[in-house]
Write a new protein. Structure first.
Length: 191
């Protein structure tokens, strides 16, 4: 019995060595090339500093000030955070032509961790509120509060659009440790 080499056997394919025809590979390669061109680009982040007018749509924001607190409330009704309370004074103006709802805000750390705004305004003077709708040309200013570790953050703001289609901007919230000047003690020195 003579053995033939695989080169001499006509149209015999070995199992696992299937090679698709060239006519199939060309359209597949073209489709992959087209689909890689459809990659959704992430827009560049627009980042503002505190005190700047932050806008990307009909809502104009201004982050006025930040204060770190170890507690909120008064002597009889004190709230203590897990970390620290970060109270942010913010102004929002609806420059659009329709009523807009503002969601609760989010802080972002440098490594992408998110910290949600607290939904409880007890002990927060001039709290921004639970229900946040702005009529056209309406301005609202108030305080929002976060329970967060001492650090620098970015405050993420929305244009009031539908979730998933909204435009976002960020405001840098630097870590500032202001000296509390409201409490005065006796001056050091001889009596």
């Amino acid at each position: 019995m003579l053995k033939r080499s695989s080169e001499e056997r006509p149209n015999i394919r070995r199992r696992g060595s299937f090679v698709p025809p060239l006519a199939f590979l060309i359209p597949l390669g073209a489709a992959l090339l087209v689909l890689t061109g459809c990659k959704r680009e992430t827009p560049a982040q627009t980042v503002y500093s505190m005190g700047e007018r932050a806008t990307d749509g009909p809502i104009v924001y201004n982050v006025v000030q930040t204060v770190w607190k170890s507690q909120l409330g008064d002597l009889l009704n004190t709230r203590v955070p897990q970390n620290r309370f970060l109270v942010i004074t913010i102004s929002a103006t609806n420059s659009g032509g329709r009523e807009l709802a503002l969601p609760f805000f989010t802080l972002e750390t440098s490594n992408g961790q998110e910290i949600k705004e607290l939904e409880n305004g007890d002990g927060v003077e001039n709290w921004f509120g639970l229900l946040r709708t702005l009529q056209p040309a309406e301005n609202h200013q108030g305080n929002i509060v976060f329970d967060a570790p001492l650090s620098s953050y970015r405050l993420r703001l929305t244009d009031g659009g539908e979730p998933g289609t909204e435009k976002l901007v960020w405001v840098e919230i630097p870590l500032r440790m202001d000296v509390d000047t409201s409490v005065s003690g006796p001056a050091p020195g001889p009596n």
